[in-house]
Design a protein around this ligand. Sequence first.
Ligand SMILES: [Zn+2]
Length: 137
Amino acid sequence: MLERPFNDQSYEQFLQEELIMGAKCKKCGTLALPPRPLCVSCFSREQEWVQFKGTGKLTAFTSIVVAPPTMAKEGFNRNNPYIVGVVTLDEGPKMVVRIVGVDAKKPDGIAVGSPLKAEFVHSGEASDRKTYVAFKP
Ligand SMILES: [Zn+2]
């Protein structure tokens, strides 16, 4: 697995294996999630894979009432909204992810700063089954 290139495809591949993997710069320690072949701080190409624990805090969120086609297919719409949030991982990087296990119809009950943890969610059937990461309280 350590041979994989530092890009979105590898990131996706790891998610299918239920791992949140990012890149760490060997020179300055900057973390990148999703991984990037070049360090955003010092432009070094010396990167290594690091696994993120999948714990963090909710930094911002929004309730999505107009669902994109893929989410509409799962039954989300104006009457059945879902929450997308920015989670700041304990390791530092931020992720924009779906927040599950909360009442999307009562966003007032969701507090910025709440601790969250990753949950791997599966969608689709057999051949096009896809795993993605969501966060829950
Ligand atoms: Zn660096």
